[in-house]
Design a binder for this molecule. Structure first.
Ligand code: F6R
Length: 242
């Protein structure tokens, strides 16, 4: 695992956007796995700027979601499908056809999870998966104690994660209790994992993930198993590293 400490989130965003751009120059139809939440926004902004400035042609890029809330009405502004379309797909000038994600409004959620696993495999697997980290060490929405071999499935959010995500909704009571998330085993199949963490609130989780023992109690520690994992942290998020 490579750990890169950057001064701030904008620098981290630029660094990761350049890694994505380099990948797209090598492989124009690369499958980019994207996460949601606040942390990755500087990455998407920097990548869109590179496209606008003709530094990279992303017109053949393919985008896939990491996770999705269960039960939000389709088109809800905080459904991750809507977020990824708004923050990634549209700014890159792509269409819905270049994008895939699990169906969080499906009647049969278990079937939707299997369908998504199949779709990822048929797409040839994820080339670069961008991850954030929860304050409790989750990746995707694999909360502590998730199996390190897990596949895409329904999970229950912890109260901590619902509180952390309440800022995107009118209040914590509106945050769904359930999500579909790629499993840790699914995430580990991506060819390159890039985790971005910024801010002091992530420092403890980052230290456990990077320096702690491999443990299902800290799902992000699974990155230690991956042959090509890059952790990009700003100084605040790095502040508990030894
Ligand atoms: C969401 C996801 C989550 C977030 C994590 C951090 O797609 O994968 O693991 O990355 O909850 O969220 P922020 O960046 O909002 O602190």
């Amino acid at each position: 695992m490579e750990v890169v400490i950057v001064p701030d989130s904008a620098t981290g965003g630029e660094l990761i956007a350049e890694a994505m751009a380099a990948l797209l120059r090598r492989k124009p139809d690369a499958l980019l796995g994207v996460s949601t939440g606040s942390t990755p926004l500087p990455v998407y902004k920097a990548l869109a700027a590179k496209v606008r400035d003709f530094e990279v042609d992303a017109s053949h890029a393919r985008i896939c979601q990491l996770d999705e809330y269960v039960g939000l009405p389709s088109g809800h502004p905080e459904a991750y499908r809507s977020v990824v379309l708004r923050e990634v797909v549209e700014p890159l000038g792509l269409t819905d056809a270049s994008f895939m994600g699990p169906d969080g409004s499906a009647d049969d959620v278990a079937a939707a999870c299997l369908d998504y696993e199949r779709a990822l495999a048929e797409a040839g697997g994820v080339d670069l998966q961008l991850l954030g980290i929860g304050t409790d060490g989750h990746i995707g929405f694999n909360e502590p104690c998730s199996s390190l071999a897990s596949r895409t499935r329904i999970k229950t959010l912890t109260e901590q994660t619902r509180q952390d995500n309440a800022r995107f909704f009118k209040g914590v009571e509106e945050v769904p209790h359930h999500v579909i998330t790629q499993g840790i085993g699914t995430i580990l199949q991506a060819r390159h994992l890039v985790l971005l963490a910024t801010g002091e609130a992530k420092a403890h989780a980052v230290a456990l993930a990077v320096e702690g023992p491999l443990s299902a109690l800290v799902p992000a520690s699974a990155l230690q198993l991956h042959p090509h994992a890059t952790v990009v942290v700003d100084e605040a998020a790095a502040s508990s590293l030894k």
